[in-house]
Design a protein. Sequence first.
Length: 364
Amino acid sequence: MTKVLFESHHLYYLPNFVPIIEEMRRRGEYEIVASIPSIMDQKEKDIFHAACKKLSIDTVSDIDEESRIRILKQKKFDVVVVGNVGQLKSIVNDDALAVMVYHGIGLKQSYYNDIDKRIDLRAVESESRLLELKSHGHNNLVLTGFTKCDPLAFNTASNEYNLEKFGLNPNQNTVLYAPSFYPSSLDDLAPILEKVSYEINIIIKLHNFSWYQDRYIYQSKKMKKIANEFPNIYLAPPEDYNIIPYYSLADLLVSDISSTLFEFLYLNRPIIMAECVKLRLKHRIFKKRFFKKMDLERMEDINFGFRLTNPEDLPALVYHALEYPDDKATERFIAQTDYLYKVDGQAADRLVNAIEKKLTGISN
């Protein structure tokens, strides 16, 4: 049996790993364990362990991080899968295969910078990103597609996710609002959501940090208040850490500086990209610092979504996108290949094949 650790630096990395875990289980030759750093918020860790238990995934944990790392090292995993560099060097043994499935495919430069020479294999979601990473000197790459989106190819949404259960009207269109934590459109768009919700369902799916990080907790508090006030607005709870089932319910996505813009392409449904984001004072004063963090070329190339610059235009843009869903359908179809490689639900299969080839090479 091949011993595999999935090191989930945050709860929201888990959806990227689940399709890989399921593919390894299907092959039946793997002993699988998952873990999350002890230093994370206790509520986040509790949800992570509950989610793993529900998925029948064994976990490793300890009260302090030093002890957790020691336990992981002692287990001598053959493969360690990570979503960022994080604690990789501390937990991976010299002879283990280190695999990166990066947690996001959005608009931030961290995609190119959060990497280490110790990574033996990196899953890449598109040919354009493969070429870009190669230009940065990386050769340990495999073109897979984005594993997180695999379930969308099979429409296997659980009965847990349905509009009536959320108190929403199944006969109305549904908008999924999925803002990032920073930079975020949330402050500007929150007051406008009421106007959109009169004859339209709105599901709000917040970033993990909006629930657990002190700087951003105000965001979940603000959205709780709004969801409680308006019957057509539903706030997904933090226990629903995976956005994928919500994509299937949505006729339209509204997001900002987020991977969701690209993930939702899988379904070729309308997308609104909110450019009305609030910057911290230091980034308003020193804008170059902010732009250094962003993949500006990728941002400028987005032509598959409706761009929202004025928050007050949101209702009109939502109604237009819902009334004319084929507007930009061609651009979205082309973008599927450009940004997601293949939308066949086989990204995890391609990655596991690559892992097995690497393991064979190591053993030889």
